[in-house]
Design a protein around this ligand. Structure first.
Ligand SMILES: [Zn+2]
Length: 61
């Protein structure tokens, strides 16, 4: 039977696993790009998500 493999060794508060597209590091920090509003929900701006790699300093979103 198909059983899901255990992948819960490292528990991250964000819940999502993002790797740096440049160096492949998982030490990435999530933030918001305050300059780019994606949409408004109930009049509150939802900013574009911006990721920053703690190892190579790469930023993407
Ligand atoms: Zn990186």
């Amino acid at each position: 039977m198909a059983r899901k493999p255990k992948e819960m060794d490292t528990k991250e508060s964000s819940g999502t696993r993002v790797v740096c597209p440049r160096c492949g590091s998982i030490r990435v920090h999530s933030g918001e790009d305050k300059g780019k509003v994606m949409t408004y929900i109930g009049g509150i701006p939802v900013y574009k998500k911006l990721w920053t790699c703690k190892d190579c300093g790469n930023q993407w979103g």
